[in-house]
Design a protein around this ligand. Structure first.
Ligand code: BDP
Length: 651
C-alpha cells in the first residue's frame, strides 16, 4: 500500500462515520486499481465485496458523461457512482470523499467538467532546480537524473487527480542541454515510470522538447521543420517514444521565445513548425501544445514603435485556422507576463478556428514567490468570466475556449506548477489552496472564490467555523491586498530584474524586455491607444472603444492603456497620485491585519502550519513596506505632489 509521508493537504482525514461498510467495483483498468487503493486509504473501514456494495462503482453508457463525467445516485443508504470510463469513477470517488469529509450532503446527479484540458506545466530542470520554483527542488529530478522517489510522485498524482487535473508536462519549457535528451531511448524507461504513475490517476504525461533537438542531439546541421532529415529525425524519435510509452500525451513547445530556438530561424512560420509535430504525434494519438509566448526580448527601449504587448496577437492571429487538428495553442492569460493586473490577452475571442488553452501560473513568480498570500481564484475568475464583447455567441472566455477550438476536447486551461521538495509542497501552507482551487475551478467554472476557499480550508484544517471564516477572508482578499502595494493601475513590471521579487521601480525601464512604465515628472503609463501603439485595436470594437477612452477605461487597467498626468482624476474620484499613495498605505495595513488575524488562530491551527504562516506573514509585511516606501517615494520625487493625508513618505 502507498506510504503517505508528505503533508496530505486536503486528502488528510479518513472517512469512517458513514453507512458504507462495503464497496463494490467492476474491474476494467489500472485506474480501477487506484480507486481500490484509495478506498483503503480514505475509507479504511470498508470492505470490498463483489456485486452490490453500499458504495458501488458501476460502468454505464451515457453519451453526455463523456470520458470524465460521473453520475451519483443514492438509494436509501446505498450510493452508486456511474461513469462511462474509470476516470469518471475516480472523479466521482474523490467527490464523495470530499463531500463526506466536509459533512456536506451528497448531491446526486450528473457532473461533467466545464473544461476539457486541465493541465499543469512543470518548469523543472534535471539538475533539480525549478525555473521560478520557490517551494524547494524538483520532485522529479536531482543531479541531472531522475530522483526516482515514486512514493512522492504518487502522492502528488493523487493530489492532482483528487481535484480533476488530467494532464501534466514534466520538464521546463526552456529545454536545456540535459533535458533535450529526455526524448532519447536512454531516458524513456524513466519517463515511462512517471507516465505510468500519473496514468493510474487518469493524468496524461507530456514532455517539453527543444525545437533544435535535431541539431543538438540528432547530428544534423539544421532543425528546419521542412527539411527531410529533420522530419525523419522526429518521426524516428516520436515512434520510439510511443513504442515504450503507448499512452504518452505529446509535446509542449516554446519556440522562438526568450532565446529558445524555433521556426523563424529558417524563415518558416509557427504553423509550419507546430504542424510538423502535430502530424507525427497525431499518428500515435499524441498532441502538440505550442506556446504563443513569442516576442522580441532584445528590444531597444529607445524605439517607441515596438510594443511587446502586441506580439502574441500579431504573430498568431494571421495563422488562425492553419494548425493541424491535434495542435493546441497555449496562450498566457495576459498579453505580457503573469503580472498582478493585466487585461486579457486579445487572442481570446479573436482566434476562432484553432484549438486553444489559456495559461495561468500557480507558482507565484511576480506575486510573492510563495512568501506572500496570493490566492488566485479572483484572477482566474476575472478572465474566465470576461466578456470579449465580440458580436457572436458565446463571447465569454470560459465558453469560447471550447467553441473557438476546432476540437472542443482540445481546449481548456493549463497552469505553471508550484510544488517542490518542501514538506508542505508549496512552501506557504496557505498557498496549497491554489492547487486545490485550480483543479476545482477548471472542473466547475461556476464555483465562487469563497466557496472554493471554504472547501479547501475545511478539508485542510480541523478548526472552528469562526477560524475557517478568518482563513477564507484572508485568502479571498489577498489578491487585492497584493495589488494595492504593487505596481499601480496595471502598469506592471516594477519588480527587481531577473529575480522578480521585491520592488525596483526603474529596474526594467531601460532594459531590453519591452516592459516599461514611462514615468516622468508629469505622468506615467503606456499609450496603447489608437494614438499610441494601437494595441487596443486587437480587442473587439466594443472593448477597443472602452479601453481607448480614458474616461471609460477601468481604473485598474488605466496605466496599461494610457499615459496620464499624476493629477488625472480616476473613475473612483481620486487623482492618480493620491490613489497610488492611498493604495500603498492600505496594502501594508491589510498585511498587518492578516498578521493579527493569524495570531488570533494560535492554538487552533496545528503548530507546524501556524509557525509557517506566521513567519511568512512577517516576511510579507516587510516586503509590503518596502514596496510602499519605494513606490510612494518614487512618485513623490517625480511629481512633487504631497500626500493629502500627510502620511510618512520618504523624500
Ligand atoms: C517568464 C519567466 C520565465 C519563463 C517565461 C515563459 O520569467 O522564466 O521562461 O515566463 O513563460 O514569466 O516561458
Amino acid at each position: 500500500m502507498m506510504k503517505i509521508n508528505r503533508d496530505p493537504c486536503w486528502l488528510q482525514g479518513t472517512v469512517s462515520n458513514t453507512n458504507f461498510k462495503t464497496f463494490s467495483i467492476e474491474d476494467k483498468d489500472r485506474i480501477v486499481t487506484t480507486i481500490r487503493e484509495e478506498m483503503s486509504i480514505l475509507f479504511p473501514d470498508t470492505q470490498e465485496i463483489s456485486g452490490k456494495g453500499d458504495l458501488a462503482f458501476v460502468f454505464i453508457q451515457d453519451e453526455e458523461l463523456g470520458e470524465e463525467g460521473y453520475y451519483i445516485e443514492s438509494e436509501n443508504s446505498r450510493v452508486v457512482i456511474k461513469a462511462n470510463c474509470s476516470k469518471g469513477l475516480l472523479y466521482g470517488f474523490f467527490y464523495i470523499y470530499q463531500q463526506l469529509r466536509q459533512n456536506k450532503p451528497l448531491v446526486t446527479g450528473r457532473s461533467v467538467p466545464d473544461q476539457s484540458f486541465r493541465m499543469i506545466n512543470h518548469w523543472d530542470n534535471m539538475d533539480g532546480s525549478i525555473e521560478r520554483g520557490y517551494a524547494g527542488d524538483s520532485i522529479f529530478y536531482k543531479d541531472n537524473t531522475f530522483r526516482r522517489d515514486y512514493d512522492l510522485v504518487r502522492q502528488y498524482a493523487r493530489l492532482l487527480a483528487s481535484v480533476g487535473i488530467n494532464a501534466l508536462s514534466i520538464n521546463n519549457v526552456n529545454v536545456h542541454e540535459v533535458e533535450t535528451r529526455l526524448i532519447l531511448e536512454s531516458s524513456l524507461p524513466d519517463v515511462k515510470m512517471l507516465n505510468d504513475i500519473f496514468a493510474a490517476y487518469g493524468i496524461k504525461t507530456f514532455l517539453s522538447i527543444n525545437f533544435a533537438a535535431p541539431k543538438k542531439i540528432g547530428g544534423l546541421h539544421t532543425a528546419d521543420p521542412l527539411d527531410e532529415k529533420v522530419i525523419e529525425f522526429w518521426e524516428n524519435t516520436i515512434a520510439k517514444i510511443y513504442q515504450v510509452i503507448p499512452d504518452f500525451g505529446g509535446f509542449v513547445i516554446k519556440a522562438d521565445s526568450e532565446g529558445e530556438p524555433g521556426p523563424f530561424a529558417y524563415g518558416r512560420g509557427h504553423d509550419e513548425g507546430a504542424n510538423l509535430f502535430g502530424r507525427i504525434l497525431g499518428k500515435f494519438g499524441g498532441l502538440c501544445i505550442w506556446r504563443c509566448f513569442v516576442y522580441d526580448c532584445a528590444q531597444d527601449w529607445r524605439d517607441r514603435s515596438i510594443d511587446r504587448a502586441r506580439a502574441a496577437y500579431d504573430h498568431f492571429l494571421p495563422l488562425d485556422g492553419k494548425f493541424d487538428d491535434n495542435v493546441i495553442l497555449q496562450i498566457k492569460l495576459g498579453a505580457l507576463d503573469f503580472q498582478v493586473i493585466e487585461p486579457l490577452s486579445p487572442l481570446f475571442g479573436a482566434l476562432r478556428h484553432t484549438n486553444q488553452i489559456i495559461e495561468f501560473q500557480l507558482t507565484q513568480e511576480y506575486t510573492g514567490q510563495q512568501r506572500a498570500i496570493y490566492y488566485q481564484v479572483p484572477v482566474w475568475k476575472e478572465v474566465l468570466d470576461f466578456d470579449t464583447k465580440y458580436d457572436y455567441e458565446p463571447s465569454i472566455v470560459k465558453k469560447l475556449l471550447k467553441t473557438n477550438s476546432v476540437n472542443p476536447k482540445l481546449s481548456g486551461i493549463c497552469a505553471v506548477g508550484v510544488v517542490g521538495m518542501d514538506d508542505n509542497w508549496t512552501h506557504h501552507k496557505l498557498m496549497q489552496s491554489n492547487i486545490y482551487a485550480y483543479g476545482r475551478l477548471c472542473w466547475d467554472n461556476q464555483l465562487s472564490s469563497e466557496e472554493i476557499a471554504q472547501e479547501w480550508s475545511s478539508l485542510t484544517f480541523s478548526i472552528s467555523q469562526k477560524a475557517h471564516e478568518k482563513i477564507v477572508s484572508m485568502l479571498t482578499t489577498s489578491r487585492e491586498t497584493y495589488r494595492l502595494y504593487n505596481a499601480p493601475n496595471g502598469v506592471g513590471f516594477m519588480c527587481k530584474p531577473n529575480v522578480h521579487y521585491g520592488p525596483s521601480i526603474d529596474g526594467y525601464e531601460y532594459d531590453r524586455w519591452g516592459t516599461y512604465h514611462f514615468a516622468d515628472r508629469n505622468g506615467i503609463g503606456n499609450d496603447r491607444t489608437l494614438n499610441g501603439t494601437k494595441y487596443v485595436q486587437q480587442y473587439s470594437p466594443t472593448r477597443c472603444q472602452e479601453y481607448n477612452d480614458v474616461t471609460t477605461c477601468p481604473d485598474e487597467f488605466l496605466l496599461w492603456f494610457h499615459h496620464v498626468p499624476y493629477e488625472h482624476v480616476l473613475q473612483n474620484g481620486k487623482t492618480l497620485i493620491q490613489d497610488i499613495y492611498d493604495n500603498h498605505f492600505d496594502g501594508v495595513q491589510r498585511v498587518a491585519d492578516y498578521q493579527k488575524i493569524w495570531e488570533s488562530l494560535s492554538g487552533e491551527i496545528d503548530l507546524v502550519s501556524f509557525k509557517n504562516v506566521r513567519e511568512l506573514l512577517k516576511e510579507q509585511y516587510e516586503m509590503a513596506v518596502e514596496w510602499r516606501d519605494q513606490v510612494n517615494t518614487y512618485f513623490y520625487r517625480k511629481s512633487g505632489v504631497v500626500d493629502e493625508k500627510d502620511r510618512k513618505i520618504y523624500e
